[in-house]
Write a protein that binds this ligand. Structure first.
Ligand code: FRU
Length: 515
């Protein structure tokens, strides 16, 4: 009898959960129009993961990416390519690099070799040089340990065509399986190229005068920082802070992210051309959300540090419900450093200062949105509409609260699907709740709530949120706490409200639509 009841109960719950997932995607809308983002880069078709080789040249931003053109799941990696003049609209270009007998083309970077240190330039044309990992699948399958090596290729026509260097690979693995993702910068004080390389559980730095002959300088990370998974896609960048150069090392890691699976940590410190000295060994995350991975910055953009990340997570990237393509990139983000007292759980330690990496959408994105509503010094009702006057949901919401009370913004449709983003004043944290946002049965952990600590002691909150068809990006407190999250509603969201217990004072509220 007892078991029979449990059986009935189980049937009831199963029926309930299948009711939830029985909502079918909008039959009138194709998968394409339901899920193809408005302002995030996606490949026309096929699989995409990490951004690679991002470089600016003669008015064009080049975005290469891990690409399998013949299928929508990860496969033999190529470098796809897209270009943009404004960092918003991207035009996909023919594939830049194809796998060859050395291996598939894994992640890496590209630089403009202005002084032709490599000797690969011709007739006064400075070469664009791509530095990437070649992954030899048969070597891996045969159980060898030498299947990841670094190669280079060059272009003399602004990235349109590429020639692989005859002497590849230029940096061979010392028989370590995970030996990949070279990110190269020019280090002016030592007049050398510096390569950061992900080596299993640490980063190694190599130097070369010419992009070809690499010498190991040092390593960092063993037994320090977060180690829930393998380290990948490092990026060493410098940020000018009040006339002083401060160095930041980005390291992606999978799994072990703060909200499960893939995520990117950062380390702030000094770099002298040989070794990286961290200011602290605290674990810090560039983005707390589940969907910003393998992000690196553009080369040849002067003082700016412009990052693009892969907007997905290895936990489910291969099974998200898009038909023709898989994955999108984050919007380009400007990185900066903020020095402030240390805050832990809302408590200030005024004696110690902390250096935080802030991310914010690049200013170029402003031109892509039109303001549909702008208000100052208002008080919201407990339930307050955030619909734009044309009765559409906004694509961007900027707001500054006049209090630190809890609140939520809820995007929803008529099919009981809702995406919630909020601030919890008791826990002093932000959250994105996609547990009821739409289709989630493709992955066990997808229907989840991601949280991020508030890292500012400011007495007001400020938020900028970007909402596209399947993604939300939160930039809170000037970019100190950032969260990126995917969601897949069966029907587009048609309503947007703000909710709070007693209404909320707002210093300002601006709503925008994508143009
Ligand atoms: C990161 C990564 C890299 C590798 C590439 C392969 O997402 O695993 O380490 O080079 O993807 O596609």
């Amino acid at each position: 009898m007892h078991f029979y009841r449990i059986f009935l109960l189980l049937c009831f719950f199963m029926a309930q959960s299948s009711v939830q997932s029985q909502v079918q995607p909008d039959a009138k809308l194709s998968n394409e129009s339901l899920y193809r983002p408005l302002f995030h880069f996606t490949p026309n078709q096929g699989w995409m993961n990490d951004p690679n080789g991002m470089v600016f040249l003669n008015g064009q931003y080049h975005l290469f990416f891990q690409h399998y053109p013949d299928g929508t799941i990860w496969g033999p990696m190529h470098w796809g390519q897209a270009t943009s003049k404004n960092l918003v609209q991207w035009k996909e270009q023919p594939i830049a690099l194809y796998p060859d007998s050395i291996g598939m083309i894994f992640s890496g970077s590209a630089v403009l070799d202005k002084d032709n240190t490599s000797g690969l330039g011709r007739g006064g044309i400075a070469p664009l040089v791509a530095i990437f990992t070649q992954h030899n699948m048969s070597g891996e399958k045969a159980g060898r340990t030498d299947f990841q090596n670094q190669s280079i290729a060059y272009s003399l026509d602004e990235g349109k065509t590429w020639t692989k260097y005859a002497g590849n690979p230029v940096l061979k693995t010392p028989n370590i399986k995970d030996f990949r993702d070279p990110k190269v910068i020019w280090h002016a004080p030592t007049q050398k190229w510096i390569m950061s390389l992900a080596v299993a559980d640490h980063v190694e730095f190599y130097s070369a005068p010419n992009l070809i002959n690499w010498t190991k300088e040092s390593e960092i990370g063993k037994n320090l920082f977060a180690h829930g998974g393998v380290w990948e896609c490092p990026d060493l960048l410098q940020i000018n802070k009040n006339g002083k150069t401060i160095w930041v090392l980005l390291v992606s890691m999978n799994p072990g992210g703060p909200n499960g699976g893939s995520a990117t940590q950062y380390i702030v410190g000094d770099f002298d051309g040989h070794a990286f000295k961290p200011y602290s060994t605290d674990i810090k995350w560039m983005d707390y959300g589940p969907d910003n991975y393998a992000g690196v910055t553009f080369s040849n953009v002067g003082d700016r540090n412009i990052l693009i990340g892969w907007m997905s997570n290895w936990n489910y990237a291969n099974v998200v419900p898009t038909d023709k393509w898989r994955s999108a990139m984050t919007v380009p983000r400007e990185l900066s450093l903020i020095e402030q007292p240390i805050y832990k759980n809302g408590i200030v330690n005024a004696k110690l200062t902390d250096m935080l990496l802030a991310s914010n959408p690049v200013k170029e994105l402003n031109a892509a949105f039109k303001k549909t509503l702008s208000k100052e010094s208002i008080r919201t009702e407990k339930t307050f509409s955030l619909m734009s006057p044309a009765n559409t949901i906004p694509n961007r919401i900027d707001l500054t609260t006049g209090s630190l009370y809890s609140f939520e913004i809820i995007f929803s449709n008529a099919f009981n699907e809702k995406l919630i983003i909020g601030y919890d004043s008791a826990k002093i944290q932000y959250y994105i709740d996609r547990s009821q946002a739409g289709i989630a049965n493709f992955n066990e952990g997808f229907a989840s709530v991601a949280v991020a600590p508030r890292l500012s002691g400011g007495i007001y909150l400020n938020w900028s949120i970007l909402i596209d068809k399947t993604s939300i990006e939160l930039f809170a407190d000037g970019g100190r706490s950032v969260m990126t999250s995917l969601f897949f509603p069966t029907h587009p969201y048609t309503n947007c409200i703000m909710q709070s217990k007693n209404g909320l004072p707002l210093v300002s509220l601006d709503l925008f639509s994508y143009k």
